[in-house]
Write a protein that binds this ligand. Structure first.
Ligand code: NAD
Ligand code: UDP
Length: 338
């Protein structure tokens, strides 16, 4: 019988792709999502892609009763915990909502896991835990000094996991520090569907290429980077999803916890992304330069060595494939999920 993984936030961007990768690897994903940033129609697409009757608990991770119902029916191999709010900008405006949803949500989830004897967690952490780079690439032992409430919450959760694991030798976690996930499943059936005006680069570029928005505003042209625009480590979301399977196998095999970067190990500038997207889509992406965005770091990318050593995982897909798959999703679903 397939081992069951509870996927919180499983209807969201990264969680949905992870459900596909888990199912592909022989696990049975069960989703818990409050639909605060997702559409229920994602579920049908997941069922179609996996051929599995994926179960949905429409519930909040802070709801102990709902967690009990989701965890009680059968043995749960692990929880993959994606549920959370993710906008750095919004976290500055509404820090308490972010701490409540993300930090308290994780505390409630860990309590429920303890009640039901669930011993493994994959946690969606972020490169924002590092803060201003003291050296690049970021290695996992770089100082952890996040500069915004979103990042502070992610670090608080990592600390909570560390202490929970120290207190319970049977509990192990993987804190997965994502860099910049982009792209979509190659089928074009699932992808990133931001509400309103996209804040992130790739979905914005995709909407410009499709003609839904006139120009991309490039935030900053005088950074100390090769072409003056910001540099990030963009990572294909399917590579990221597969890394979760590798991390789960690590926990099953090694019986110890880990905090690890998930990135490709190389950075691309905004202008490089624009060029790659134009090539992948065959469409122009007009740009205009705008002032730097408040809070943006000039550049950062991952040292991806530890993930290769410990998880046996390396990103396999390059920028071209990220753009191609993002474009397929965009052109097949111009209005996102409907
Ligand atoms: P997303 O918003 O698409 O997915 C999050 C999902 O969680 C949504 O379906 C939402 O409805 C659900 N959710 C939110 N709060 C909930 C709650 N209290 N109870 C139940 N469900 C809840 O975001 P994503 O891009 O898929 O990100 C997933 C995780 O990865 C988040 O924790 C995010 O902080 C982290 N992360 C994302 C990125 C990125 O660039 N996408 C980078 C680093 C880390
Ligand atoms: N960016 C941009 N225009 C946009 C959105 C983003 O120039 O409309 C730049 C941003 O300044 C950064 C890079 O693209 O250098 C990635 O930004 P994103 O918001 O996707 O990721 P994050 O800043 O969280 O790493």
């Amino acid at each position: 019988m397939a081992a069951t993984v509870l996927v919180t936030g499983g209807l969201g961007y990264v969680g949905s792709h992870c459900c596909v990768a888990l199912a592909h690897a022989g696990y049975e994903p069960v989703v818990l999502d409050n639909l605060s940033n997702a559409r229920e129609s994602v579920l049908e697409r997941l069922r179609e892609l996996t051929g599995a009757a994926i179960e949905l608990h429409r519930a909040d991770v802070r709801d102990a009763g709902a967690l009990d119902r989701a965890l009680a029916n059968r043995p749960i191999e692990a929880v993959a915990h994606f549920a959370g709010l993710k906008s750095v900008r919004e976290s500055v405006e509404r820090p308490l909502d972010y701490f409540d949803n993300n930090v308290n949500g994780t505390a409630r989830l860990l309590e429920a896991m303890a009640r039901h004897g669930v011993r493994r967690m994959l946690f969606s952490s972020s490169a924002t835990v590092y803060g201003v780079p003291q050296r690049l690439p970021y290695t996992e032992d770089h100082p952890l000094e996040p500069v915004n409430p979103y990042g502070c919450g992610k670090l608080a959760i990592e600390r909570m996991l560390e202490r929970a694991a120290a207190a319970n030798p049977d509990f192990h976690y993987a804190a997965l520090r994502y860099f910049n996930p982009v792209g979509a499943h190659p089928s074009g059936r699932i992808g990133e569907d931001p509400r309103g005006v996209p804040e992130n680069l790739l979905p914005y570029v995709a909407q410009v290429a499709s003609g839904q928005r006139p120009t991309l505003r490039v935030f900053g042209k005088d950074y100390d980077t090769p072409d003056g625009t910001g540099v990030r480590d963009y990572l294909h979301v399917m590579d990221l999803a597969e890394a979760h399977v590798a991390a789960l196998r690590f926990l099953e095999r090694e019986h110890r916890s880990i905090a690890v970067n998930l990135g490709t190990g190389r950075g691309h500038s905004v202008l490089e992304v624009v060029k790659a997207f134009e090539a992948a889509s065959g469409r122009p992406v007009p740009i205009e330069f705008a002032p730097r965005r408040a809070g943006d770091l000039p550049e950062y990318w991952a040292d991806a060595t530890l993930a290769a050593q410990e998880l046996g995982w390396r990103a396999a897909r390059g920028l071209e494939e990220m753009c191609r798959d993002a474009w397929r999703w965009q052109s097949q679903n111009p209005d996102g999920y409907v």
